[in-house]
Write a protein that binds this ligand. Sequence first.
Ligand code: 5GP
Length: 198
Amino acid sequence: MKGRTFIITGPSGVGKGTIIQELFARQPKLYFSVSATTRGPRPGEENGVHYHFISREQFEQWIQEDAFLEHAEYVGNCYGTPKKYVDEAMDRGEDVILDIEVQGAEQVYRKRPDAVRIFIAPPSWEELEHRLTGRGTESADKVRSRLARAKEEFHFAADYDYIVINNTVEEAVEEIRAIIRAEHCRPAQRLPLLNAAL
Ligand code: 5GP
């Protein structure tokens, strides 16, 4: 069976990074799609692990070469999902996790309607503000832009297949694992197995 694509979206500062890290610690057979970005690395971020950090020129070239499954601009920087690695992982039967924002999620869903969309929400607006400010990785200006963007992103949550509230990382990860498991029980996934076996 081919792997499935799980899109994980949520406002900046909601804790997606931590949730995804913990998800992989518990379910290492998933494949994380490493995006390309024109933003500079934060302390501790490694090229090829957290992102492929590339120039705007190179990003434009990848667009020309149709190398992205989706791409979008987010608060002044470009982000994109390299298509090749996602397809290769799915062909190997691995489930792919995409950590992307709403515009990218929409593009993927239009091209691949069987992709599962999961929206991660904070327990409250105040909590999001607190987390984003407390992270200390962005200037006050960037924090303001990211908060404004987060407000817009909330409007898209209703279009998603699932909403996970990040009360605790533990609960959020368990909910995502439950979603992945349930999605593998859908008839489209199970009937081919049954037909082959019966
Ligand atoms: P950050 O700069 O905080 O790492 O990411 C900013 C936003 O860009 C986050 O919402 C993240 O999910 C999103 N993002 C990361 N990679 C991609 C990508 O390949 N495509 C799109 N559309 N968004 C991405």
